[in-house]
Write a protein that binds this ligand. Structure first.
Ligand code: SAM
Length: 271
């Protein structure tokens, strides 16, 4: 009976998850199986394969396949001011409360991809505070598991099509045109600290005022979502804010630890 199972695609999928964990440290058990299958199937289609076993042979014999698999496992789509109303809420309702109460402000962008989200937050803060920004100690920690995306974030240079939805005045103030690309200016970069981190391995920061974890959550299994949300709860200051993606929901197990202050924008506050 077990021998039969060992030949199945089901078992192949489990073995593949183990190989991924051993090779790149990504624990697939934290992700939804349906999501993983969709992403791995994409890679297999590339080779005209429909067996996990055959795909494993490619991974074993071809080192170059690994970066492509990592890229496809981590959906990196992002944009500056993604869901502008969320950032408008942050600018007009959350930031003024923080600025009136404290001098040290700590924000986390969890799943920051190529940097558009943390740089958006930094531009807003610079725009609100102007030269007073130096009177505060503001840190925006930006973490992602995908090194490739993080390297782009650290370089901070974007094609014209990437910045085209940003207002003209922000472009003028916060970007420098270099070789046809738009480079994020020093005052915006200065607040942002990038780090390669896996959210499923715990949140290493404490005393955070706001956590943006947008469009990252949906890929995790319900258990992982519970664990990560509990970590967020512990990492936040009293009354700290948690901002999820618009299609994401707070797991039931932690629902009593936060109040929802804006359901459309998925903004929660730690009780
Ligand atoms: C779709 S992007 C969202 C980017 C941005 N937050 C936004 O809303 O535009 C999701 C990001 O989460 C990252 N990610 C996935 N699993 C992760 C993990 N375990 N730890 C840290 N980041 C992860 C991916 O690499 C990807 O860059």
């Amino acid at each position: 009976m077990f021998t039969k199972y060992k030949e199945t695609e089901e078992y192949g999928f489990e073995v593949l998850k183990k190989i991924i964990l051993r090779r790149i440290g990504l624990d697939c058990n934290y992700y939804r199986d349906s999501y993983l299958r969709r992403r791995i199937d994409l890679r297999m289609k590339n080779y005209g394969l429909n067996s996990y076993w055959d795909y494993m042979k490619i991974l074993i014999n071809n080192e170059d396949e690994w970066p492509s698999l990592i890229r496809d496992l981590t959906v990196n789509y992002t944009s500056f001011f993604r869901d502008p109303d969320v950032f408008f809420y942050f600018k007009t309702r959350i930031l003024p409360v923080l600025l009136s109460n404290k001098r040290v402000i700590r924000i986390l962008s969890a799943g920051c991809s190529s940097g558009e989200e943390p740089y958006t937050i930094s531009m807003i803060i610079n725009d609100v505070l102007k030269s007073n920004v130096n009177k505060y100690l503001i840190s925006i920690y930006a973490i992602d598991i995908d090194e490739c995306a993080l390297n782009k974030a650290i370089i901070g240079e974007y094609e014209e099509r990437v910045v085209e939805k940003i207002s003209r005045s922000y472009i003028q103030k916060y970007f420098i045109k270099v070789n046809g690309k738009y480079k994020v200016s020093g005052c915006v970069r200065r607040l942002v600290h990038f780090k390669n981190m896996d959210l499923t391995q715990g949140v290493k920061y404490r005393n955070l005022d706001v956590i943006f974890c947008r469009n990252t959550f949906i890929y995790f299994s319900p258990e992982a979502q519970n664990k990560i949300c509990m970590d967020f709860y512990n990492a936040l200051n009293h009354n700290g804010y948690l901002i999820l993606g618009k299609t994401e929901i707070l797991p039931e197990k932690v629902a009593d630890k936060f109040i929802c202050i804006d359901n459309e924008r998925k903004i929660f506050q730690k009780i």
